[in-house]
Ligand binder design. Sequence first.
Ligand SMILES: Cc1cc2nc3c(=O)[nH]c(=O)nc-3n(C[C@H](O)[C@H](O)[C@H](O)COP(=O)(O)OP(=O)(O)OC[C@H]3O[C@@H](n4cnc5c(N)ncnc54)[C@H](O)[C@@H]3O)c2cc1C
Length: 480
Amino acid sequence: MTQPRDHQPGDHQPGDRIAPDYIAPDYIAPDPLVAALAESLGVANVLTDADQRAGYETDWTGRFHGESRCVIRPASTADVAAVIRLCADHGATVVPQGGNTGLVGGSVPRGGEVVLSTRRLTRLDAVDIAAGQVTVGAGVTIAAVREHVRCVGYDVAVDFGARDSATIGGAMATNAGGSRVLRFGTMRSQVAGCEAVLADGAVIGSLAGLAKETIGPHLPSLLSGSEGTLAIITMIRLRLVPWYRETATALVALPSLVAAVELLPTLRNALPHLDSVELLMPSAMELVCEHLQRTCPVDDRAGAYLLIECADHADPLDDLAGVLAAAAPDSSTAIASNPSMRAQLVALRDNVTVAINHTGTPLKLDIALPLAVLAATTAEIERIIAELAPGARLINFGHLAEGNLHLNTLGAGEASGAITEAVLQRVIDAGGVISAEHGIGVAKTHWLVAQRGAPEVAALTAIKHSLDPNGLLNPGVLLP
Ligand SMILES: Cc1cc2nc3c(=O)[nH]c(=O)nc-3n(C[C@H](O)[C@H](O)[C@H](O)COP(=O)(O)OP(=O)(O)OC[C@H]3O[C@@H](n4cnc5c(N)ncnc54)[C@H](O)[C@@H]3O)c2cc1C
């Protein structure tokens, strides 16, 4: 806390009247909320110095930044409830933050909010082996939960490149997707229960994890994808999947995106252990190879690349190789089930986002299109971007089975607004969505009405107002 700097103890006697000019000109009155938070959590868990706050105030992409009033680091649901009550009493707005790997600006302050970091909510209960579930704190990273549950033969269904920093609470709050959605669904499908703190400090939810319940609307579903606007998620009862120790990975060079979409039904039908089908368009392959200083392991003149994974209890390599030989006989393919060779292939996909950020600050769009129109609409989008920003570099990759493309335009400059307008409108017209897995954040609120329609946005706003009437939780995020 900031202390009055020019005050010397003993300068006056108790009861002395202190003239206004006694107060030094640079004196900053202590913030009563900060003092109350420090009393509740301990001074060490209320960060007020600019240096300590800095890492919480800028997002992973470097595009979004704002100053916070302070950063608080509660360690339990009871702590969260206590500090949220204090914030409510002082009318203070709160930005929940997990690993701060979100890509739409929802996890950092816009100016003057309290940042509530969940990174000390790290409870990890023993795996409930019979139920195939585990109860974890919202601040545990995806990688840490995965390591914990693999000890007893289970696995986490959701996985993506930011696994070492992204938290399970952040994944639920954004309804994260990643590479295994085609097999197991998004994060929403993995949540069997949760505990959360409302804007007035009330604790709600259940961690019983019963697979069947029809007792009214499902709270975990309501909070999945709510991006910190309805409640702070503190604990999650997570559904687990078997840990398939054997994985085969293939990188396939195909002539076009059309050919990649055409291969998909064969992969789904012929490979019961199909785990992921990731897409890299040539621009993404070129950039990631540049970044990793590697050459492309397959034909580098392809029109589209698929990174296909099968996971099972027995090595699925022969099945995958057989299906590819029959369905894409002329394609240049690299295939492996040996862990170090697989890691080389997977690194190409995992490092695309990192390579982009290393090259510059992109205009990021995360869209999904129906597979029937994916190739044609993507070609149109490429034309739109080339026309609006002739010198820009579009890096395009994503999750093929969900029609989910990450369109990253480097060097969009002043055309960014026009590109966003034109591309997102084209996506909506084609029956797609303007955010497939990253969320709306502050980046896309403007588009929510066009996407969902005014009556639906009014219904969502009514839910928000009933749970958080004073708009204290993550203002400016999700809802316009
Ligand atoms: C390299 C890289 C790769 C990525 N790949 C993918 C991918 O394949 N698929 C995908 O879906 N995402 C991906 N992302 C985006 C990001 O990792 C996910 O959105 C992730 O779920 C965010 O988790 P987090 O803990 O970092 O949340 P944060 O970034 O801290 O927060 C994200 C949002 O959730 C809210 N929030 C966080 N925790 C809580 C909580 N406990 N209670 C309430 N609200 C909360 C925040 O207020 C914010 O609105 C990627 C990001 C990077 C950097």
